[in-house]
Design a protein around this ligand. Structure first.
Ligand code: ELE
Length: 296
């Protein structure tokens, strides 16, 4: 089993105490690779991005290798360096401040042949709306074409970050184009309601289905989720009361990692959603996106 996750990993700063910040490495698709790694001990989990040749890039590469995440699909940019973000918390809800406009990861789709070769033997490829947001329109199209031609399954989380796009219309257009190459979609209802005006989880699931996605699981911030399968059957899924979070960073990404690992091992959608929910419930009680692997 080989899974490739595609996107940007950054330096993550979360507050340790007044005036003191804790450094870690994270980024939505990397977080999902991390929780795939934790959930699929026998699988090969590769991360595809572009890093620089600076000391921070070297640290990040060693960190990934130390976690058992494959780095052979990572290219290196001669002058650019990794992006950085800070987590701002208000009652446990996260928001982010970014320094990533010229990060090396923006060059991840510079070489179509590299994408094709990296995807050729993957059973599953995972990407997100953030992966698309950091690319120029030409390179977005290159990535989407490589994904459309990939022999394995493709999974997508829209992960909408309007600040990374020039307009909401541009964001929504590319999210729909991302959905069109995906077999599995894992959107979050709050974002979809806000930017696509969906009135219900059913609206969200059906819109993805109409875009061509066979399996849709609409996450709903601890409320009832909705699963829509290839036959068009809908199922509401609820897993216990909503917890008071310490830091929600990485909740959706960790859900996706555990969900996809369960699906790739043959579990059905409700079982996989339960695994995703269990993982996300732990992540929101932890500061930052990643729980150390030895604690998982
Ligand atoms: O915003 C970005 O570009 C990042 O990659 C930073 C964060 O690590 C993820 O966004 C967390 O994602 P959630 O699971 O939605 O909390």
């Amino acid at each position: 089993m080989r899974i490739v996750s595609v996107g940007e990993c950054m330096v993550e700063l979360s507050r340790a105490s007044e005036g003191l910040w804790r450094e870690a490495f994270a980024g939505d698709t990397f977080n999902t690779a991390w929780y795939l790694r934790a959930s699929l001990p026998k699988g090969q989990i590769d991360y595809l991005t572009c890093l620089g040749r600076d000391p921070v890039s070297e640290d990040m590469l060693r960190f990934m290798q130390g976690a058992g995440i494959g780095t052979k699909a990572i290219t290196r940019h001669p002058t650019r360096v990794p992006g950085l973000y800070m987590i701002n918390l208000q009652n446990g809800e996260r928001s982010f401040t970014y320094w990533r406009e010229r990060s090396a990861a923006r060059a991840l789709a510079a070489d179509p042949e590299h994408l094709e070769a990296s995807f050729a033997e993957a059973d599953l490829i995972y990407f997100s709306g953030i992966t698309l947001a950091i690319l120029t329109p030409n390179r977005r199209a290159v990535l989407l074409e490589a994904l459309a031609n990939a022999p394995g399954l493709v999974a997508f989380d829209s992960n909408m970050r309007p600040r990374l796009w020039s307009s909401q219309a541009e964001m929504c257009e590319w999210i729909q184009r991302g959905a069109a190459v995906a077999d599995i979609a894992l959107p979050s209802f709050d974002d979809e309601a806000q930017y696509f005006d969906d009135a219900s989880v059913q609206d969200t699931a059906r819109r993805y289905h109409e875009a061509g996605v066979a399996e849709v699981l609409v996450k709903n911030g601890g409320e009832a989720m909705l699963a829509l399968d290839a036959k068009g059957d809908e199922q509401e899924l609820t897993f216990g009361a909503r917890l008071q979070p310490v830091d929600t960073t990485g909740a959706g990404d960790s859900f996706n990692g555990a969900y996809l690992a369960a699906r790739m091992q043959g579990l059905d959608v409700p079982e996989a959603a339960q695994a995703g929910h269990r993982m996300a419930s732990r992540v929101i009680m932890h500061q930052g996106a990643l729980i150390p692997l030895q604690q998982l």
